[in-house]
Write a protein that binds this ligand. Structure first.
Ligand code: IPE
Ligand code: IPE
Ligand code: MG
Length: 249
């Protein structure tokens, strides 16, 4: 188990993204309903956000609800939205105390109105904080985001604001909902599943992937530090050779 002192502060990822998975299975393991798992997952969100701020990570993106999650039983979706509203509301003072700025990506307009309003309030109330940006992915799917970006670019071409030859990575990135947020260097997924589930497909082109068997409610600060430590022991080559990388460093 890693401790904060094991981490090299000079080699931190700037942005960590997490697919918080396994709440339902965790609840089942405890003989409870799935929502009990979601409720306990909130404590891990708090712990990991604190841990990220403590070591000096600048961006933390948490996959909280996917476009596909709308297809879950209505009871569960309603409970998740309720939990989201109450958690966001409760956490604003702590976010401000810890200098954490809240942000969100996804098809936010598709959220229930009270949820959307609560979220916008929290985003504006924390907008001056400068320590860590916490990005919640809500009603998010990467394919939706990419199609939406393509539509925006097509519209610009149609209006002669840009020409087809102007379209490059920079323009494309600026139309994604993550515009202005650097790509994550590290992507963590809990619960033993080894898949991406429609999360940040463009942005993780060169991210390091870290999978752990732990269910999300069992994922604590030390587990987060373990993932950071693992990341720090990897050699990121970006297509080059190991020898080239060693010379550069
Ligand atoms: C992740 O846990 C939380 C959400 C997707 C909202 P799950 O609810 O997917 O839990 P499992 O994967 O069924 O155990
Ligand atoms: C991914 O988890 C979405 C979130 C963590 C919010 P899921 O549990 O929905 O993923 P799949 O469908 O099992 O891949
Ligand atoms: Mg799941």
């Amino acid at each position: 188990m890693a401790a904060i002192s094991d981490i090299d502060k000079t080699k931190l990822p700037n942005h960590v993204a997490i697919i918080m998975d396994g709440n339902g299975r965790w609840a089942k393991q405890h003989g409870k309903e799935r929502i009990f798992g979601h409720q306990n997952g909130v404590a891990s969100v708090r712990e990991v956000t604190e841990a990220a701020a403590e070591i000096g990570i600048n961006y933390l993106t948490l996959y909280a609800f996917s476009t596909e999650n709308w297809n879950r039983p209505k009871d569960e979706v309603d409970a998740l939205m309720g939990l989201l509203v109450s958690t966001i509301h409760k956490e604003v003072p702590t976010l401000n105390k810890n200098q954490i700025r809240l942000n969100a990506i996804g098809n936010l307009k598709s959220l229930p109105e009270n949820c959307y309003n609560e979220l916008m309030d929290a985003i504006s109330q924390t907008s001056k904080n400068t320590r860590l940006t916490l990005v919640l992915a809500l009603s998010y799917s990467s394919k939706w985001e990419i199609i939406d970006a393509v539509k925006q670019i097509a519209e610009k071409v149609k209006k002669n604001e840009i020409s087809i030859n102007d379209i490059d990575e920079k323009i494309f990135e600026s139309t994604l909902c993550t515009s202005g947020i650097p790509d994550p260097e590290l992507l963590i997924r809990t619960s033993g599943e080894q898949r991406i589930s429609n999360f940040l497909l463009w942005q993780i082109a060169y991210s390091e992937l870290y999978f752990t068997e732990k269910f999300w409610p069992d994922f604590h600060k030390e587990d987060f530090f373990d993932a950071i430590l693992d990341f720090q022991n990897r050699e990121r080559r970006f297509g080059k050779t190991s020898e080239q990388i060693k010379v550069e460093n």
